[in-house]
Write a protein that binds this ligand. Structure first.
Ligand SMILES: C[S@@+](CC[C@H](N)C(=O)[O-])C[C@H]1O[C@@H](n2cnc3c(N)ncnc32)[C@H](O)[C@@H]1O
Length: 291
């Protein structure tokens, strides 16, 4: 991997803050968090399994958003284990804290923290997890080196990301939008973050190895995305929640938007049985150990 360009990384950071810490994102996740947690339950199960959790472990969850998988991890490592849930901005993580309080989860703490410069001592954690976060890190190599640093020797990292952009999660939504926008964005920088960057086979494995992880393993897996609602509700949620794609929708005239949404709903209806949507989700699971 070539050395990252600092100016580009700065640009990615500015975009990341705008997309993920703004009011529109936090409000949307507040509205839809329970639906999203159910829809992505397969990805949570995959990361819980890959992390090899047991009671008593100290776990750091990066980019925890509104608490997935940190809240589920807390239950697996209770009563003596503890999880630290972290996120870039205060908005998402404050909702995670609220949910933990409501559910009576006490073996968890919450910290605002960038994955690229973690405010934790060397060798503090047994396990590090990150679900649907690593593909947004402006300097992935730095974040993975930080992850290695805070793990104890023999500690384990387990990351889950989206797979290819050809899967319906993207192709039935953002893929259709991209065909209708007057000014499609340039393709993602091959060295920069993008929601589907780990769809490229072995990319996550190589990134973990380059950071110094040992016994690295990468697996692509299909899990079921179950949405207990209509395609229209699913689209409403996607359009509000998926921060990187909202600017595309904003570009459309009302007429173009109506055409694009009709196509999106037709594509989503392929997964609709009249009561619920069941969409195959391709995820990539990466694991590695601190030597
Ligand atoms: C798609 S959400 C995923 C959240 C949660 N882990 C989940 O699976 O539902 C992406 C999250 O990554 C966080 N994030 C992105 N880059 C980050 C970074 N460099 N450091 C910490 N958090 C970051 C965002 O703030 C956002 O909450």
């Amino acid at each position: 991997m070539s050395a990252p360009d600092p100016a580009k990384i700065q640009k990615f950071r500015a975009q990341l803050h705008q997309e993920w810490t703004g009011d529109a994102t936090v409000t949307a996740w507040r509205k839809w968090h329970a639906h999203i947690a159910a829809f992505t339950r397969g990805a949570t199960d995959a990361i819980l399994e890959a992390a090899q959790l047991r009671p008593g472990l100290f776990v750091l969850d990066l980019a925890s958003g509104v608490g997935d998988p940190a809240l589920s991890i807390a239950a697996k490592i209770a009563p003596s284990g503890r999880v630290t849930a972290t996120d870039l901005g205060p908005g998402m993580i404050s909702l995670a804290e609220e949910l933990a309080r409501k559910r009576g989860i006490t073996n968890i703490e919450f910290r605002e923290a960038s994955a690229e410069s973690l405010p934790f001592a060397d060798e503090s954690y047994d396990v590090l997890t990150c679900r649907f976060g690593a593909m947004f890190f402006p300097d992935l190599a730095k974040a993975l080196r930080e992850s290695l640093r805070v793990l104890k020797s023999g500690g384990r990292a387990a990351l889950v990301a989206w797979g290819t952009k050809e899967q319906p999660f993207f192709s039935a939504t953002a893929g259709i939008l991209l065909r209708h926008v007057p000014e499609p964005p340039p393709p993602p920088d091959p060295e920069g973050p993008s929601p589907y960057m780990f769809g490229e086979r072995d990319r996550l494995r190589h990134a973990l190895e380059a950071a110094g992880f040992a016994s690295v393993h990468e697996e692509a897996r299909i899990v079921n995305g179950h949405w207990a609602g209509t395609p229209e509700e699913y689209w409403e949620q996607f359009s509000e929640v998926a921060a990187p794609f909202r600017p595309l929708i904003a570009q459309l005239t009302p007429e173009k938007k109506a055409t694009a949404v009709a196509e999106i709903l037709a594509a989503l209806k392929k997964f609709w049985n009249g009561r619920e949507l069941n969409m195959p989700l391709e995820i990539v699971i990466g694991t590695g150990m601190r030597p």
